[in-house]
Design a protein. Structure first.
Length: 455
């Protein structure tokens, strides 16, 4: 099985780009972020440090916070650039770049009815018109930078993400931060209180984004949360675990055809990166469609606290803050990322007691015996063999199953179609050769993930 690194995938993307077309777009002055993102891809493909990858906040970062925020003026930008230290070196040879000094034009942030001065944090409360509430913490850094949102508990029983978000709040100092960090430890407070994945009406909140102000309770909650919180962000990390007695290997899922998502995944310091556009209605799909760079982080199983997975998640988000230029953190062990262009479920063909013979992270070959299902009445055993080779990135825990039940989730290392677009740019035009491939991928994912791979 051939391993495809994220760097190799980027090289493939770069080779397939219409650089002349991109140049014409930039010359016309349309969408400055497209030109900047293209520069990032070129630099990475050549093995260079992307210009402004860690040091310079994305264009228009302050403007995305809404009319109440003040954008840094040209003088502040010049001052920050002129005073920037080239960076100190740790004993391990890792470069730690200092934050730019406090910019005079970087003022307080008005958010959810409160004003947050630079260098301070506030515990706020999002409340919908239907009296649904969610607590969150907003940190306003001391210097200009992007706005990163971290959400957890969209499913109320996914505890690892909630613990990661709480640790992130406790360990982040707004006085050592550039930009703005918004952390929502529990989006679905109803589900959390009841130990449930769902809202009280048994609806899955992560199937209703970006929501509808006149729809069901779930659609209304999703709409108001999306409009009041998510649209204020430049980037979003959505934290999850497996679902319904399933566990997941630590992994990133994102639509890698969006350059800003690719950049966010690159800085996340997690080995396994899965190209997946996301189902319609999920928070990450809606955020990506709205121009917010988004990745989903999966680790562990629901209803349990896994300290190892929590430590790994906190470190990964710390690496992300450093890659976005929001913290001085540079002391992160590099990770060779593996890209999975597609995935496939191994399903049961029998009813009975399911016992797996493999574990998360195991490599499997075509035809390998990976599980057994036993009929408790007749003691008849049915072997489960995998139809594909790959890595076990998710699996059902031992339980009673029926025919068609999804048992093992296999990641297949292969690059997706070389289609790149900016997060705030339009999808490929109808005549683009990549359009049929992308649509086919979307259809396949929706059909495959409808029930057994909820996020």
């Amino acid at each position: 099985m051939r391993s495809v690194s994220l760097r190799a995938m980027i090289r493939g993307f770069a080779a397939g780009l219409d650089w002349a077309g991109i140049g014409r777009v930039v010359q016309r002055g349309a969408r400055r972020r497209v030109g900047r993102a293209a520069g990032v891809v070129v630099a990475i493909a050549l093995g260079l440090t992307p210009p402004g990858f860690a040091e310079v906040p994305p264009d228009g970062a302050a403007e995305t916070l809404g009319p109440d925020a003040e954008a840094p003026g040209p003088d502040a930008e010049t001052s920050a650039e002129a005073s920037r230290d080239p960076g100190a070196t740790t004993e391990k040879g890792e470069v730690v770049r200092p934050l730019p000094p406090h910019a005079p034009d970087w003022g307080p942030l008005t958010f959810l009815g409160d004003e947050i001065p630079p260098g301070e944090s506030r515990s706020l409360r999002f409340e919908s018109l239907d009296h649904f509430t969610a607590g969150l913490v907003t940190m306003r850094g001391v210097a200009p930078g992007p706005t990163l949102c971290v959400t957890a508990g969209v499913h109320g029983d996914e505890l690892n993400g909630i613990a990661i978000a709480r640790r992130l709040i406790d360990e982040t100092d707004p006085a050592a931060l550039a930009g703005t960090l918004i952390v929502v430890p529990i989006v679905n407070a109803y589900g959390f209180r009841n130990g449930s994945r769902y809202l009280p009406d048994r609806r899955d909140l992560n199937r209703y984004f970006p929501g509808n102000p006149r729809g069901s309770a779930a659609a209304r909650i999703a709409y108001q949360f999306f409009e009041q919180v998510v649209r204020r962000c430049d980037s979003l990390v959505d934290l999850h675990t497996g679902s319904l007695n399933r566990a997941n290997l630590p992994q990133i899922r994102t639509d890698l055809s969006v350059i800003d998502n690719l950049r966010l995944a690159w800085g996340f310091s997690i080995e396994h990166v899965i190209h997946n556009i996301g189902q319609p209605g999920t928070l990450r799909r809606a955020a990506t469609d709205a121009g917010v760079a988004t990745v989903l982080y999966e680790a562990g199983e629901p209803g349990r606290i896994d300290q190892e997975q929590i430590e790994r998640g906190v470190a990964a988000i710390g690496a992300t803050l450093g890659s976005l230029g929001m913290t001085q953190s540079g002391a992160v062990t590099p990770v060779v990322q593996r890209l999975y262009g597609r995935t496939q479920w191994v399903r049961s063909d029998a009813s009975g007691i399911y016992v797996p013979f493999v574990e998360l992270g195991d490599t499997v070959d075509v035809g390998q015996r990976v599980a057994e299902v036993t009929d408790p009445f007749s003691s008849e055993h049915v072997e489960i063999r995998t139809p594909v080779a790959g890595l076990v990135i998710g699996m059902a825990l031992g339980q009673v199953v029926i025919p068609g039940f999804a048992l093992l989730h296999i990641g297949i290392e292969a690059a997706p179609a070389p289609v790149l677009r900016s997060a705030d740019g339009p999808p490929p035009p109808p005549g683009d050769d990549a359009t049929p491939r992308k649509q086919s991928e979307a259809d396949r994912l929706r059909a495959e993930l409808a029930d057994e791979r909820p996020e």
